[in-house]
Design a protein around this ligand. Sequence first.
Ligand code: ADP
Ligand code: ZN
Length: 405
Amino acid sequence: MRARTVTAKKAKIMTDTAPKTQPPQTQVPERPDPETQASVPVELGERSYDIKIASGLLHQAGEMIKDRLGQRKCAIITDENIAPLHLGKLQKSLEQAGLSHDVLILPPGEATKNFTPFANACETLLQMQIERGDLIIAFGGGVVGDFAGFAASILRRGMDFVQIPTTLLAQVDSSVGGKTGINTKQGKNLVGCFHQPRLVIIDTDVLHTLPQRELRAGYAEVVKYGLIDDPVFFAWLEEYGPRLLTGDEQARIYAIATSCRAKARIVALDEREGGVRALLNLGHTFGHALEAFAQYDGSLLHGEGISIGMVMAFELSEQLGYCQKDATSQVEAHFKSVGLPTRVTDLPHKPGPSASQLLATMAQDKKVVGGKLVFIMAHDIGESFVDKSVPMDALANYLEGQCCT
Ligand code: ADP
Ligand code: ZN
């Protein structure tokens, strides 16, 4: 039995630039927790709900919904890729529980998250005679989850909804925490609201049909939780992350549950992103600028953008004297080891973005407060903090060094 030693300062969320202290030494577990299922509570008072995680859970979805939310008429919202692969299982499970349902199948992809398709979908749902006490089921990746959650938040002045996420990214991030919305010409997710689901059902089996590239991109969000405040989890991922990607069920359940616990904890502290929830944006200011440059055409997935973005966040932290070069190298080595991009120059676009292009996009990002960019910086792996005072010239210099145009 081998056990590695890493530095750990688990569960300490840092929101300032306090000087670094020497963390205690902690053992990394040799094997994944022997969890074959997990239940993660999201504690939000009367809006509290559970995230259920297990292999094969889709078959129990109907019973779980009925047990918790009672006899409801359901409207499943999904997309054209997921429907032929997994919709039958969900429908059967609802039927077995005696829950009647309608289905709305959307075209896949980010382009669906726009006003016109959204308005059409709302009208279709109303034509289905959906009522306030009925239930919307978001069955898909982040696009379906954001779209269906937003529809649930406004139809009939607000309806209940359940998330059944089918991508790794949605399972560990977007299905938890209640952010819903659509895109506009001005940017992503600019119209939307917070509307918490009543239940999140995560069946790890659906990941078997997810393309490897999508799986890897979702994995970047998993790593993010280690980098924010859980160095033990990061060390675990260094050891078992590749196994998780190739299909180890136990490793998947452990990693998804750990990620959901981390997100649930942060969301419970700050439901509407007034403070610590911003830590979840580690790597995202850079990542969003890269995604905008790539024009959301599939050439750069969100997870790929934030993989590069997290390395950039560590490197800028290093240049500002917050962290050691070793931390950046370790983060970059891990992303590279699973085949994720880590550099602006890894983008498939030639020429790539210029520093001024990226800066201009960052200035439009919704994380701009009073003209200053809010960045998530790091003292070390697992020691991220919110920094509202990154000097613009340091940022510009850093970007000049990263962009080859
Ligand atoms: P994300 O969750 O990464 O935000 P999307 O909702 O756009 O992304 O899903 C990414 C792509 O994967 C879409 O084309 C979607 O139809 C497809 N997809 C989602 N879940 C699965 C699955 N379990 N198996 C196969 N394809 C899937
Ligand atoms: Zn993200």
